[in-house]
Design a protein around this ligand. Sequence first.
Ligand SMILES: C[S@@+](CC[C@H](N)C(=O)[O-])C[C@H]1O[C@@H](n2cnc3c(N)ncnc32)[C@H](O)[C@@H]1O
Length: 252
Amino acid sequence: MERMSNEAIEALIPQLDAVDESPGAAALRARSYELLRAVQGALVVDVGCGAGRAVAELADQGVRVIGIDVNDQMIALARERWPSGEFRVGDAYALPLGNGEAAGYRADKVIHALADPRRALTEARRVLTSGGRIVLCGQDWDTFVIDSSNPELTRTIVRKRGEQVPSPRAARQYRNLLLDAGFRDATVEVHTGVFTDGSFLPVLTRLAEVCCEHGAIARAQADAWIAEQRERVQADRLFAAVPFFMAAATSP
Ligand SMILES: C[S@@+](CC[C@H](N)C(=O)[O-])C[C@H]1O[C@@H](n2cnc3c(N)ncnc32)[C@H](O)[C@@H]1O
């Protein structure tokens, strides 16, 4: 996912919006801001900022925040949605910041998208000042709990979808990655999102579609699986749970 096509970005945006609008998402973002411990005027960088909501929310708290994303289409959308926000095209492996320039580093649903998370955390160390805070959040792509009448196919979909992600189990590795990169006082929290309505359908649909696109399941299997999830929404029987990992640490 490091160099996504325009089509992939267009498919990703409604999913990110659905997650952002899901119950508990605002509280999770607020928790990530709390863990950053950003003081007014301090510079925070939101790496892989996507459509920029966190940048706007942190700016509202008086934090000086720059959203950075490798994808220029995402940055254009972020600028359109949040015209007063500061956004730059940039790479998590080579941030457009000087040594020790930032007091906070946040990456939400990003580290799994990198083939080399260790390199990104070395770069985070470079841009963070001593005592600066880093917060990583995201789901583990091997740990989606989805109710379905076809658990075998569901397991295949989750596993095969995970295989399309550069670092699918990065979230369960956050603490070790942070410690290995030299950060201290690493903490990890797990907040499980529970989804029972249609707002989660775009995410489920995309899981099956990506598997289908990569030939991991047949078109008919994807269609049947998606149709069942749609029926579950109509009957108020959709159930999905996704553990969301949030790790924080301090730069030495
Ligand atoms: C799943 S989205 C999450 C976006 C946002 N943080 C959110 O929570 O909605 C992952 C984002 O990471 C960006 N990304 C992927 N690889 C990157 C890299 N090497 N450097 C910076 N951003 C990257 C993608 O373009 C995408 O916008």
